[in-house]
Design a protein around this ligand. Structure first.
Ligand code: SAM
Length: 185
C-alpha cells in the first residue's frame, strides 16, 4: 500500500469546490498541492511547517501551479494551528492532513514530536466539521517514531466517541508506516 496516496484518496472523498483544508506538515508540498487542487479556486488551504525552507519551497510550487492565491502558508509549529485559522473557518474544515516524521532528504533532527503532534491533533479535531476527516501518517521506523505512533494510537483510542476510525499498516513489517483515517462524527 502506498500510504500517502491512500490518505489522499480518503481526503478527496471529503473535499469539493470551496472546501477548507489544512496540511499540518507541508514538507515538500505534495499534500498541499493536492489539497489546493481539490478545493478549487473558491476554497482555502492552510499549510503549516516548522521549517521556513519548506514553506518557501511550497510557496514556489503553488505559484508555479497558479494556486497560491487559495493557500495560506504558515511557518510555525502546528501546535499553534488554531491561532492561524480564520475564525470563520473554525468548525468548517473538511480535511486536516498530518504526515509526521522528518522532511525526506532534509534535516532529520527537525522531526515531529509527540507533545506538539497531540496538541495539533486536539486543535484539528475542534476545527474539522462533522463528517470531515483527519488523516495521520506516522513512521515507527525512525528514532522517536514508535513513541509518537503510540501516542497517536492512545489519542485516537481516547476519542472513540468523536471519531470513526480506520487504521492501515503492513502487518508483515513492524516498521511499516501507520495510517489513521479519522472521520469526525
Ligand atoms: N506532507 C509532506 C509532503 O507532502 O512532502 C511531507 C511531510 S514530512 C514527512 C514532515 C514535515 O513535518 C517536515 O517538513 C517537518 O519540517 C515538519 N514538522 C516537524 N515538526 C513540525 C511541527 N511541530 N509543526 C509543523 N511542522 C513540523
Amino acid at each position: 500500500m502506498h500510504f500517502t496516496v491512500e490518505a489522499q484518496k480518503f481526503a478527496s472523498s471529503c473535499l469539493a469546490e470551496g472546501s477548507i483544508a489544512i496540511d499540518a506538515t507541508c514538507g515538500n508540498g505534495f499534500d498541499t498541492l493536492f489539497l489546493s487542487e481539490q478545493v478549487g479556486c473558491t476554497g482555502v488551504v492552510y499549510g503549516m511547517d516548522i521549517q521556513v525552507r519548506a514553506i518557501e519551497a511550497v510557496r514556489q510550487k503553488l505559484i508555479d501551479a497558479d494556486r497560491f492565491n487559495r493557500c495560506r502558508l504558515i511557518a510555525d509549529c502546528h501546535s499553534k494551528m488554531k491561532s492561524h485559522i480564520d475564525p470563520i473557518h473554525a468548525g468548517r474544515v473538511s480535511v486536516a492532513m498530518f504526515n509526521l516524521g522528518y522532511l525526506p532528504y532534509g534535516d532529520k533532527a527537525i522531526v515531529t514530536r509527540s507533545e506538539s503532534t497531540l496538541a495539533a491533533l486536539d486543535q484539528a479535531l475542534e476545527l474539522v466539521r462533522p463528517g470531515g476527516l483527519i488523516s495521520v501518517l506516522a513512521y515507527p521506523g525512525h528514532a522517536g517514531g514508535v513513541e509518537e505512533a503510540q501516542c497517536v494510537a492512545d489519542w485516537v483510542h481516547n476519542r472513540g466517541e468523536q471519531l470513526a476510525v480506520k487504521r492501515f499498516q503492513d502487518g508483515n513489517n513492524s516498521n511499516s508506516p501507520i495510517l489513521w483515517v479519522l472521520t469526525r462524527i
